[in-house]
Design a protein around this ligand. Structure first.
Ligand code: ADP
Ligand code: ADP
Length: 236
């Protein structure tokens, strides 16, 4: 079975002001295979972020089922969903680091929340910072780092709980092209060396070309095409 299975997933919102229904995701059936990097590409408003929030069960679909690692997230109580979410790493466009915490403190944070003892936490934080090449900046604060370094911290933090799945939502959209390539190369290592399955959400075709094995194209809430990067992007 695939690591992530979306079956007939729709998400409709009701606009508070007009009462109008907004279709964010419409009848999406999609697999994310174990060990792959899947790119999800589409214009702004296509439904990509909503799809991510459905996969990590921050939102429940209006209809359809979401299964991650054999667990149907749409069929379990919220308490269990919260635990399942800890096994899913997330990185964001704006990095979402705590300004008031050091780099080590940011990476340690999810481990603290999960109740990991201090010795084990310190060991793990050092290992993660070493992996992303920032061990010597452990005591720096986020504002002292470049954008690329901040995203490397974001990646280290996302890996803290040993996730099987990493969701990257526009993770390189705030970065210049060189830094983007650097961060994508790191994500590749996360995939190849750590065996983490990755979903990269982006509007940047180049990013998908650089990193993805397969790509899903979203338009108006629907997945209109899915396949190998070379097939989907081949010129007619
Ligand atoms: P993308 O990530 O591709 O830019 P989104 O998933 O953010 O797309 O949004 C898809 C559509 O759903 C958009 O029309 C957006 O305005 C709408 N939408 C997303 N979240 C909400 C929400 N919480 N309430 C109302 N509409 C929403
Ligand atoms: P905060 O108190 O804001 O969470 P700290 O900088 O005090 O941030 O450190 C948070 C955690 O990171 C602690 O568990 C600490 O022991 C650990 N830590 C700090 N520096 C390092 C380091 N160089 N290598 C590994 N772990 C570290």
């Amino acid at each position: 079975p695939a690591l992530v299975e979306l079956r007939g997933v729709s998400k409709h919102y009701r606009r508070a002001d007009t009462g109008e229904t907004v279709v964010a995701v419409e009848d999406v059936s999609l697999d994310v295979h174990q060990g792959e990097v899947l790119g999800v590409i589409g214009y702004s408003g296509a439904g990509k972020s909503t799809l991510v929030r459905l996969v990590n069960a921050l939102e429940l679909p209006s209809s359809g089922t979401v299964t991650v690692g054999g667990k149907e997230l749409t069929a379990i109580p919220e308490k269990e969903r919260r635990l399942a979410r800890r096994k899913i790493g997330m990185i964001f466009q704006q990095f979402n680091l705590f300004r008031s915490r050091t780099i080590a403190g940011n990476v340690a944070y999810p481990l603290k929340v999960a109740g990991v003892a201090k010795d084990e936490r310190d060991r793990r934080v050092a290992e993660l910072l070493d992996f992303v090449g920032l061990l010597e900046r452990a005591h720096a604060y986020p504002e002292q780092l470049s954008g690329g370094q901040k995203q490397r911290v974001g990646i280290a933090r996302a890996l803290a709980g040993n996730p099987e799945l990493l969701l990257a939502d526009e993770a390189t959209s705030a970065l210049d092209p060189d830094t983007t390539s650097e961060v994508l190369a790191l994500l590749r290592r996360v995939n190849r060396e750590l065996g983490v399955t990755i979903v990269v959400i982006t509007h940047e075709m180049d990013a998908v070309r650089q990193i993805a094995d397969r790509v899903a194209v979203m338009e108006n809430g629907r997945v209109v095409e899915v396949g190998d990067v070379y097939d989907v992007f081949a010129s007619p």
